[in-house]
Design a protein around this ligand. Structure first.
Ligand code: 3UK
Length: 537
């Protein structure tokens, strides 16, 4: 393979070979040629095959881009990157915007020019952006004008980040003005399949962010495994959802996967439950990607949703409680497609489609991947035993220059940090993050199981469970509960909820402590931060 990277930053910082996971490419469709550019595959090929007029991206306000439109924008931006901003293949480009069409065009422009995209969550502040810019030695940035403030504050402290353009900006200095002067043609850089094309920072429920490295071939591998085998979309599907494109769940679900089948996507800058509902109605969306909490809220609008063409609903990012699966089915008539993915593995590797879904299980291993449950010595544990989830496939963990690589990859297997059990049918049942297992008076209790039980009570809107220190029992189970409007937080409610749990799961799992709160601490990707429940918040 001939790397196209003149700037060898990424290649120089790959984990040493002995610390990398094994990569397996046995599934048909995973035999990639030595030279591969994912923009050529996902975008330009469509136009070359005469399908440039197909609808590709829509957004509120009436914007509609075909594949040919997206290609033209991306080509012009690639020309700006190379001719005006001096981009050299291998340079890192910070991308910063809410989910919108120009962000998608910028992402493809970076791929085309052989750059490395570093997409950032819209809500990040200058302090966090600074950490990302420093770790990725980022030299270029394309940023939505609406998010300029935090980037400006970042620039003051990041002398190496010198090339910045703002888009969705009508002014003479904006990216659009520069694009207008450029050719709509661009010859994609002939990248190697194993040239890094994105640095995805982990959303991090704890600690300093880690940058995972993904190659052009990884992007294509993600499109070959889960989508055709589990989601099975068609070219007439209209995708919609909430995860930011800076989160690989959103990048795959709302951009790469629809484009991999010639379908279209709806990009929403704001995608809370009300905007999702409006979007599904207005655009006639058929495939939805969002997180369990959002499904719980949207379920109240089941009657409206039944009148839309929505047909496939994907839940990921957090464990899907069995109660939420039931709630959604009863409200909408649709069986949720659960899937566990990780930034380190790019996308989903255990999942079940709507026909094979089983309540309380994430699913079976996705074609292209292998998974097993192991003990502390990496020995596979018997069926039905809780242990650590270990995964291998065409994608896997490569932390950029990070000691923590040794913690995620052992003996060639990716250890996701999740406690799972596999049943006799090969279904994987999520228990908890390994650090969210509560040990109380010698019993192992998985926090999400208690949360699931509590969520079944009609007074409960949201709940987070954690272990808190206790002299007698080592730890006790404590529940932080957000009540539904109109419910009263008092001792009687505490007892009601405790009794309810005892009737649903083994009584020793009931929360000995219950605290009522206004809201729960969550990451920008919507994940509950259980570690924060252990400290005052
Ligand atoms: C947890 C789940 C149970 C699990 C992600 C889909 O979430 C994504 O990536 P992150 O790096 O977090 C990974 C961790 O999140 N998790 C995710 N999905 C599930 N736990 N059931 C699930 N369905 O702890 C995992 O290790 O933020 C999800 C696609 C791409 C992604 N990056």
């Amino acid at each position: 393979m001939a790397s196209a990277h003149i700037d060898t930053f990424a290649r120089d910082r790959l984990p040493p070979p002995e610390q990398q996971p094994a990569f397996i490419f046995t599934l048909p469709g995973l035999q990639f040629p030595p030279q591969l550019n994912c923009a050529t595959e996902l975008l330009d090929r469509r136009i070359a095959e005469g399908q440039g007029d197909r609808l590709c991206i829509q957004a509120p306000g009436g914007l509609r881009w075909t594949y040919a439109d997206l290609q033209e924008k991306a080509n012009r931006i690639a020309n700006v990157l190379v001719q005006d901003m001096g981009l050299v293949p291998g340079n890192r480009v910070l991308l910063r915007a809410p989910n919108n069409p120009m962000l998608a065009a910028c992402w493809f422009a970076v791929m085309k020019a052989g750059g490395i995209a570093v997409a950032t969550m819209p809500l990040l502040r200058a302090k966090e952006l600074k950490g990302i810019v420093a770790k990725g030695e980022v030299t270029h940035a394309l940023c939505d004008a609406a998010l300029a403030d935090e980037l400006q504050a970042t620039l003051a402290e990041c002398p190496q980040l010198t090339q910045v353009r703002y888009f969705n900006d009508a002014g003479p200095g904006g990216l659009e003005a520069a694009m207008a002067l450029k050719s709509p043609q661009f010859t994609n850089v002939d990248t190697a399949a194993d040239d890094t094309c994105l640095l995805a920072f982990t959303s991090g429920t704890t600690g300093i962010p880690k940058a995972t490295m993904h190659f052009h071939r990884d992007v294509m591998a993600a499109c070959v495994c889960w989508p055709p085998h589990v989601l099975r979309p068609t070219e007439s599907d209209i995708f919609i959802g909430s995860p930011p494109l800076a989160f690989t769940f959103g990048l795959g679900g709302l951009l790469l996967f629809p484009m991999s089948v010639g379908a279209s996507t709806v990009l929403l800058e704001k995608a809370g439950p009300p905007q999702l509902l409006d979007g599904i109605k207005d655009f006639g969306a058929t495939v939805l990607f969002t997180a369990p909490t959002s499904y719980r809220t949207l379920a109240a609008r089941g009657i409206d949703l039944r009148r839309t063409p929505l047909r496939k609903c994907v839940s990921a990012g957090e464990a899907l409680p069995a109660s939420t699966r039931t709630l959604w089915r009863e409200a909408t008539g649709i069986e949720l497609i659960d899937g566990i993915g990780a930034t380190e593995l790019l996308h989903i590797f255990i999942s079940a489609d709507e026909v094979h879904a089983r309540p309380g299980a994430t699913g079976t291993v996705v074609p292209g991947y292998r998974a097993k449950v192991v003990d502390d010595d990496m020995n596979e544990v018997p069926v039905g035993t809780v242990g650590k989830l270990a995964v291998q496939g065409p994608t896997g963990c490569r932390y950029l220059a990070d000691e923590r690589q040794k913690g995620y990859v052992r003996d060639g297997w990716n250890l996701t940090g999740d406690a799972y059990l596999m049943d006799a049918d090969g279904y994987f049942h999520y228990q908890a993050r390994t650090d969210d297992m509560i040990i109380s008076a010698g019993y192992n209790i998985a926090a999400p199981e208690v949360e699931d039980a509590l969520m079944g009570h009609p007074a409960v809107a949201e709940v987070g469970v954690t272990g808190v220190p206790d002299d007698e029992r080592g730890q006790i189970v404590k529940a932080f509960v957000v009540l539904r409007p109109g419910q009263v937080a008092n001792d009687a409610m505490v007892r009601t909820l405790q009794d309810f749990v005892k009737q649903t799961v083994a009584p020793y799992k009931y929360p000995r402590a219950v605290e009522f709160v206004e809201k729960l601490p969550r990451t920008q990707t919507g994940k509950l931060q259980r570690f924060k429940l252990r400290e005052p918040f």
